[in-house]
Design a protein around this ligand. Sequence first.
Ligand code: ZN
Length: 186
Amino acid sequence: MDIQHIEASHQQFMTKMKQEDPGFFKKLGEGQEPSFFVLSCCDSRTCPSTITGMPLGTMFTHRNIANQVVEEDDGLRASLHFALDVLKVKYILIIGHTNCGGILAASTGVRHEAMNNWLDHVKESIDSFDKTNLSPTLEDLERHNVKQQIIDLKNHPVYKKVGRGIPVVGMLFHLESGELEWINDN
Ligand SMILES: [Zn+2]
């Protein structure tokens, strides 16, 4: 694909939305009232609105490699605070996925100077998997990572301060089947 594909695709998108609802973009321009704050991976196959079929205006989204909650991450802190305190979202969703390159890299010890700090966060998360009874598959680690990030999100100072105890829900998107597996933190 090249850049011209975006132009053509965007024209189709505008036409479709206007056909479905002539006032769609006017309403979009008037403001947002999303019910969900979403933390998901950067992976190009896992766009949260697309995989859930949710319309624009419903998901306030922060993305990073392997959907990590990192307390020192200013970007996450600001977007989480804005979502909780200003937009008053009702739910937090943490969406991981199968065949996650970030989890694979951290679990196989990939090192790269530009990524080491981030991969260390991912490694810390997957290292908390209990390996006493079995050696985990990549999918076990991806599922565990979502569980760990639910815990970390609930312990994030912003959630503790302005989170109102709203639900933090985990999900694992199965690329190979399209299924969305719901995950809780226990
Ligand atoms: Zn990923």
